[in-house]
Design a protein around this ligand. Structure first.
Ligand code: ADP
Ligand code: MG
Length: 264
């Protein structure tokens, strides 16, 4: 993926809102890039442009994939179908790819098992909690074994334990299949565990104000969370991000008692 002077605004004339950019981003095949930034800085806008759902106002974004593996996206709104069972939802991408029914069922069931949803294959999404629905959406995207994964805060709605488990699962998957991934999160910890590179965005209109390479080799496991390098890098990035969060026009000054505390 290659973005050059990419920018997006919404509305026209004096009412135009500059939402994103200009940003330059390059993502090499097989690379896992995380973007962190304050709420409303244009992260989802960037991902929607990458997904081809939104046109840039200026600049360009090029995304090149080979023909034999599909791109896949996971968005904040889960986009699962209420009239399909959980299994049929996860199988959906495989059906589109015309994977034979038996193999598609097996792959879908294996992903449901990895997501802790094996007992819910026949259930309808209405019977699931928000976190479970999100896991169905993740299973559906991963089941197609995409070449490019675009993920927009996919774990944000999950509890801390499950979030940790799925981070480790995603590490395992992307390292074994070399999936090129653009992953948006507001969690520095998540970005540092997962990313080959972490890009920090400014407040709106979001630009890239810093880039760090977490100094952990591959294959990597969640154990990097416990290293001093991890803690130091997290504190360093928080210093950067904090200024952007506090600098937003609609946010007040940082609360004195939270000063210096580093959130997840
Ligand atoms: P983030 O994902 O970083 O929280 P978004 O990319 O969703 O931020 O939004 C960036 C800014 O653009 C916000 O101010 C948001 O209100 C605005 N915005 C996003 N989408 C639209 C839209 N379709 N129409 C108008 N404004 C939008
Ligand atoms: Mg967003």
């Amino acid at each position: 993926m290659r973005a050059r002077a990419l920018a997006r605004s919404f509305g026209r004339g004096s009412k135009a809102l500059a939402a994103l950019g200009p940003v330059d981003v390059d993502i090499a095949p097989g690379e896992f890039v995380c973007i962190v930034g304050p709420s409303g800085c244009g992260k989802s806008t960037l991902l929607r442009i990458a997904a081809g759902l939104l046109r840039p106002s200026a600049g360009e974004l090029e995304l090149r994939a080979s023909a034999d593996r599909p791109a896949a996206m996971i968005f904040q709104d889960y986009g699962i179908y209420d009239w399909k069972t959980v299994l049929a939802n996860v199988r959906f991408g495989l059906d589109v790819q015309r994977v034979p029914r038996k193999e598609a069922d097996e792959r879908a069931r294996s992903w449901l098992a990895r997501m802790g949803l094996a007992d819910f294959a026949g259930a309808y999404p209405a019977a699931l909690s928000g976190g479970m629905r999100q896991r169905v959406a993740i299973a559906r995207a991963l089941a197609v074994e995409p070449e490019i994964l675009l993920m927009d805060e996919p774990f944000a709605a999950l509890d801390a334990q499950l979030r940790t488990i799925l981070q480790d699962e995603l590490l395992d998957l992307t390292q074994t299949t070399r999936t090129t991934t653009l992953f948006i999160t507001h969690s520095l910890e998540e970005a540092l565990v997962l990313g080959d590179r972490v890009l920090v965005m400014s407040a709106r209109p979001g630009r890239i104000i810093a880039e760090r390479r977490p100094p952990f080799g591959r294959p990597r496991t969640g154990e990097v969370r416990a290293t001093p390098e991890f803690t130091a890098l997290k504190a360093e990035l928080w210093q950067l991000l904090r200024g952007e969060v506090a600098g937003r026009a609609d946010a007040g000054p940082p609360h004195p008692t939270t000063k210096g505390a580093v959130p997840a």
